[in-house]
Design a binder for this molecule. Sequence first.
Ligand code: LMR
Length: 399
Amino acid sequence: AWSQVKAGPPDAILGVTEAFKADKSPVKINLGVGAYRDAEGKPYVLPSVRTVDEQIVQAKNDKEYLPITGFPEFTKQAAILAYGKDSKPLQDGRIAITQSISGTGALRIAGAFLERHYPHSKAIYLPSPTWGNHIPIFKDSGLEVKTYSYYDKNTVGLDFEGLKKDMEAAPPKSVFLLHACAHNPTGIDPTKEQWKEISQIMKEKEHFPLFDSAYQGFATGSVDADAFAPRHFVEQGHQIALCQSFAKNMGLYGERIGAFSVVCESAEEKARVDSQIKILVRPLYSNPPVHGARIAGTILSDPALYEQWLKEVKGMADRIITMRTTLYDLLNELGSKKEWGHIKSQIGMFCYTGLTADQVAKLASEHHVYLTKDGRISVAGVTPGNVRHLAESIHAVTK
Ligand code: LMR
């Protein structure tokens, strides 16, 4: 039956892990997928997560199905985390929210919801570049994928003029995907002033903002600072939709825990939107898994655990920031003539190095250093133990 099925290419990000696993060198480094490692290069389970995990085992909970939209204590807390407890639409009870299979699942529900219910367009504008998976997620949802200017390779910075021009030129009421913070893959975010301008333009053009928030807390170490953009848009009266992931900020990668929310006009509209989200989710996967929701819901609702978690997220963010400085200093110490300031100025999990596809290939074949072809490094995988080998390898391929 499958003789006509052609072999597909490996995944642009997860395929790097496969190549890394096949390498037998003891000095190999995987900086492909965005997964946090501790200073020893080991996967890190947050102590707050360990505590709740143990509580859950002790509680001997049943294994019943969750409701279609998930664990209510989790979704309630996820909305507070994203929008802030003083958020007007939250207080008005007009945010529809559903638990999702991490950020990817939230985006996929968003795609399906927009495709079925957004009356003004069946297209979505994504920044160029964007997270590789955004493109198939929205295509598979039946939307037409378009792009808007984001990265300027000459300045290794934001192409703000190009971005504004593209937003102005798009038909009114177009859907734009915005990375809430720590843009993936570039690590380049608009400044607060630039976000305000973007909000203004989108309001004038009546564009629809869909936020992808996969790194709240990871960019600056503050969950409030990292939520500036979506909260500002909401304050300005935008009825945003938002995709949240708890993979990175709680280290719950394999638990697949996230949320999709829609700010509505009224509680009555919220109830209608909720009902349609249920109708979309039921044939996709019926209802979401429970364990990650219990963990995240408990951490977010228990004041002591919440305080502990905030410190742990900040610890991860700070370790990444320190590694950026160390890598930058080592490249200079090794005598690199290249300008590497962006290693320090970019934020979040990733650094868009500017390395070419050839240089990336050489890093793997000659130095056992693995990253995605676009030259993105997951700084979360850089450690005191491997940073010198990384700097020497980058220097060797860029001389
Ligand atoms: C990444 O960009 O590496 C992460 O978001 C993980 C993934 O699923 O691609």
